[in-house]
Design a protein around this ligand. Structure first.
Ligand code: F6R
Length: 630
């Protein structure tokens, strides 16, 4: 939610010569655009003043604007790509916002909760506002403190000092970046409950909402803590808290390379990420078991005795990640016999949940920054729960604030609609479930070894699905004018149905709903009329026999009422052919692991249908990749 970039390069004797701030910032915005695309804007400091451009709509609009009205070369700049909260997606509300007579520029991610009160105080002082945003209030406050309280004195901290004083008065969640014409070689940033990382260059330094903001220039990064202020120059990085006390960040090296965040010949990031899935699963499995088939989750540094005492598991997540959590519930309860609840993170902490030191809270988040999930994890920790994060983003906030983390290794996920992260999350959740079962002696080691061997075969099976999707793609294109598609599933096929529907909603803007097939007769069957398309995820006939036949009965019930059925079934399930207009087979696999396969055709279907409608599948309307506001 909002992408932020900052850059300071070296003007003399520099190691890295020739980086124009605007080029660095625009490249960063290009990579961060998935975080929000309601508007984009940049500001650079040059010739003793701030020059800025901003434009509503996608980054390409800003690039057109810059073409007609270029900015001067500079070594200091900031840039923003917006997901609108306060104020519509207009040019005026786009960031940067200026203050101090245009000598200060500020960009922001998050929400300033006390903006109305601060605005009143500033209006009373005669400040004039040009936008409806909370960001402009923060900019005006910072400008007022710098000019009137600190008298524009740059000797004693200047902008950094002003930022400290401003942050002491701001409430809410925010990352703020500021540049001032009086301090042309400095970018100052503040962070509270909103993401920000520092990139360490040689003779230049960077700031970004995440490392993709500067990955073309450096892989060395610093994680910042909560309530910290960082001041970067070309040669220094200084971190303090909001009261000026020195602080240190944690340095790390980014382990993916910029090419993995490019489309690699595919027409969209989503298409590419669907094809990345064999690798995402394989990488997430890699190095997590020994030759004897024992799980070795060394990174789960939690006292095994504590884990043995766990009597309840609560999985917390939002959206697609929550559907991965639903799959996890089936597996964990089956293998560990520990009661497992799955809850949408935003519902959890407002209902006085029963949590204690024997509760294991597993959060699942691709970004590691989802505010709802973060707040729920914090709440669970306060209640004494053990917290484990399943996360795809190294150094992000949720894993940092959890007792332990199990990283998924899906690589950067750029398309707003999650695909490869989902499969990697499910894989990691299986590993966690097996690990707990191993630790607590719930299942025999031979059984764990067998499941791990089955998991090891999944990447090749996903590849097979990807390689044989021609008919599915044709079907998707032929259905581009449908008004509604329903999805049914049972057992682990139920979360898959929910995920299939979510994908279609978010990228094809098509009414889609997922149901537990058993729920049909309790209401949803009323939706079925002549020609209604319904995808059915059919359980393996090798699993519980009754489950397969019950779903086949469900198919018959909806067909009798005119539904057109598209069935995802396991190879060898010839019986379903009689009940479906289209059957898409996935390779045989143990029933609990099936979601790693049955999800894939539904992702391909949604992506192909949305593309056939001419939509931008990577940047669907109204959405942003990481939801960093509640
Ligand atoms: C859907 C999607 C979202 C995310 C949700 C949680 O395709 O991407 O539903 O799954 O916003 O995001 P993370 O996993 O970053 O916490």
């Amino acid at each position: 939610m909002c992408g932020i970039v900052g850059y300071v390069g070296n003007s003399s004797g520099r190691v890295n010569a020739g980086h124009n701030a605007l080029d660095v910032v625009l490249e960063g915005l290009r990579r961060l655009e998935y975080r929000g695309y309601d508007s984009a804007g940049v500001a650079v400091v040059a010739d003793g003043r701030i020059s800025s451009r901003k434009k509503s709509g996608k980054l390409s609009n800003l690039l057109d604007e810059l073409e007609g009205s270029p900015l001067p070369d500079s070594l200091t700049g900031i840039g923003h790509t917006r997901w609108a909260t306060h104020g519509g997606p207009t040019d005026r509300n786009a960031h940067p916002h200026l203050a101090d007579d245009g000598r200060l520029a500020v960009i922001h991610n998050g929400i300033i909760e006390n903006f109305a009160e601060l605005k009143q105080q500033l209006l009373a002082k005669g400040v004039v506002f040009a936008s409806e945003t909370d960001t402009e209030v923060a900019a005006a406050l910072l400008g007022d403190i710098f000019r009137n309280q600190l008298k524009g004195n740059t000797a004693d901290g200047g902008l950094a000092k002003a930022m400290q004083l401003a942050c002491q008065r701001l409430q809410g969640a925010f990352t703020l970046l500021a540049v001032h014409a009086d301090q042309p070689d400095v970018v100052v940033a503040a962070r509270r409950n909103s993401p920000l990382v520092v990139g360490l260059g040689e003779g230049e330094n960077f700031l970004g909402s995440d490392v993709s903001g500067f990955i073309d220039y450096t892989r060395k990064a610093i994680e910042l803590g909560q309530d910290q202020i960082v001041t970067i120059t070309a040669g220094s990085v200084e971190i303090t808290d909001f009261f000026g006390a020195p602080a240190v960040g944690k340095e790390y090296t980014v382990d993916w390379d910029p090419a993995s965040a490019e489309k690699g010949g595919f027409s969209s990031f989503m298409e590419k990420e669907i094809h990345d899935q064999p690798d995402a699963v394989a990488q997430t499995l890699l190095g997590r078991s020994d030759l004897n088939g024992r799980l070795t989750l060394d990174e789960l540094r939690i006292d095994p005795q504590l884990l043995k005492k766990v009597d309840k598991i609560i999985v917390l997540a939002c959206g697609t990640a929550a559907y991965a959590g639903l799959v996890a519930k089936y597996a964990i309860e089956n293998w560990c016999r520990i009661p497992t609840e799955v809850e949408l993170a935003h519902e959890f902490r407002y209902r006085d949940p029963i949590v204690d030191s024997n509760t294991l809270v597993v959060s699942i988040s691709q970004s590691g920054e989802t505010m709802d999930t973060l707040m729920a994890v914090r709440y669970a920790r306060e209640q004494g729960a053990i917290t484990v994060s399943i996360c795809n983003t190294n150094g992000s906030t949720i894993p940092r604030e959890s007792d332990a983390v199990l990283y998924t290794h899906a690589g950067p996920e750029i398309a707003v609609a999650s695909t490869k992260a989902f499969l990697a999350q499910i894989t990691a959740a299986y590993l966690l479930g097996l690990y707990l079962a191993q630790l607590r002696g719930n299942i025999f080691s031979g059984q764990i070894k067998d499941v791990l061997a089955d998991l090891g075969k999944i990447p090749a099976k996903i590849q097979k699905i990807l390689d044989s999707a021609t008919e599915l793609r044709e079907l998707a294109r032929s259905m581009k004018d449908e008004k509604s598609v329903l999805f049914l599933g049972r057992h682990v096929g139920f979360p898959v149905a929910l995920e299939g529907a979510l994908k279609l909603k978010e990228i094809a803007y098509l009414h889609a709903e997922g149901f537990a097939a058993g729920e049909l007769k309790h209401g949803p069957i009323a939706l079925i009329d002549e020609g209604q398309p319904v995808f059915v995820v059919v359980p393996s006939p090798r699993g519980r026999e009754s489950l397969h036949s019950k779903v086949v009965s469900n198919i018959q019930e909806i067909r009798a009422r005119g539904a057109r059925t598209m069935v995802i079934a396991e190879e060898g399930d010839e019986a379903v052919r009689n009940y479906a207009e289209h059957v898409f087979y996935v390779p045989e696999t143990p029933p609990l692991l099936m979601p790693l396969l049955t999800t894939v055709p539904l992702q391909i279907f949604a992506c192909e249908l949305a593309a056939a409608k001419g939509y931008d599948v990577d940047q669907p309307r109204n959405l942003a990749k990481s939801v960093t506001v509640e």
